[in-house]
Design a protein around this ligand. Structure first.
Ligand SMILES: [Zn+2]
Length: 246
């Protein structure tokens, strides 16, 4: 049977069994096999991959493997110049938008508190998540490799186990989107952008004590909710600073 030699780099090794991590190994295949199909059968979801070299030349996912090919597979590069080779993924969309699966409930409030656009609906099945991702150009955040292996997933990030802070920091660093962070600009409940609202307009809806010390209020038109800088905001600010490493 024909076989090709593979080597996976950096965090792509997380998907491999111990004996295949950070080393060359041979994998055999039958007939015509695309490189994408082969890599996924080895266990690495394709949205994690940014560059594949076969015998030193970059190829795309449709490349048909040949006997004795030497394949190097790399995760997303953010700072290395690889302009002269084929990038498999388009650059992150100018303003990154996200959709999280049900297992990431914990990161939702904090990502929204940072002003990041994150769609979340715990009732959505995997198919529904993919449909919204495609329609609204949202990057899928998930702890499920299975979800990222669906054929039509184009933008997805696999989140490894870790704390809420670590997972959000990973997403921000991975896409290099610190510039997009705008604390408390989005509704924590529904993801809608908040607007400023004058104190006078809402004075009968705010506790008198709050009224006395706080002058800045934001409003979510979609769920008719008012936000102001209370103690929970200070607590969240601390967590956000920690995520950003400030
Ligand atoms: Zn809202």
């Amino acid at each position: 049977m024909p076989g090709a030699h593979f080597r996976f780099y950096e965090e792509l090794n997380d998907f491999l069994p111990e004996q295949r991590k950070k080393t060359d190994f041979e994998a055999v295949f039958k007939d015509k096999r695309t490189i994408k199909d082969m890599i996924e059968s080895i266990g690495v979801p394709h949205p994690e991959i940014d560059l594949i070299l076969v015998n030193g030349k970059s190829v795309n996912f449709d490349y048909i493997l040949r006997d004795k090919d030497r394949v190097s597979v790399y995760p997303t590069f953010e700072s290395i110049n690889i302009a002269d080779v084929t990038r498999l993924k388009k650059r992150p969309l100018r303003k990154s938008r996200f959709i999280a699966d049900i297992n990431l409930r914990d990161i939702v409030r904090y990502m929204r508190a940072m002003g990041l656009d994150l769609y979340f609906d715990p009732s959505l099945p995997p198919r529904g998540i993919i449909e919204i991702s495609k329609k609204e150009k949202r990057i899928i955040l998930t702890k499920s490799k299975k979800l990222l292996k669906f054929k039509d997933v184009t933008h997805g990030i696999f989140l490894r186990p870790g704390s809420t802070e670590e997972q959000i920091r990973y997403v921000i660093d991975y896409l290099d989107i610190r510039m997009d962070v705008r604390p408390f600009s989005r509704c924590l409940g529904c993801n809608n952008p908040l607007e400023n609202i004058q104190k006078q307009k809402i004075k009968d809806r705010i506790p008198p004590k709050t009224m006395a010390f706080c002058n800045k209020y934001s409003y979510c038109r979609r769920c008719d909710k008012i936000y102001w800088e209370g103690t929970h905001v200070f607590r969240m600010k601390k967590v956000i600073e920690k995520i950003l490493g400030r």
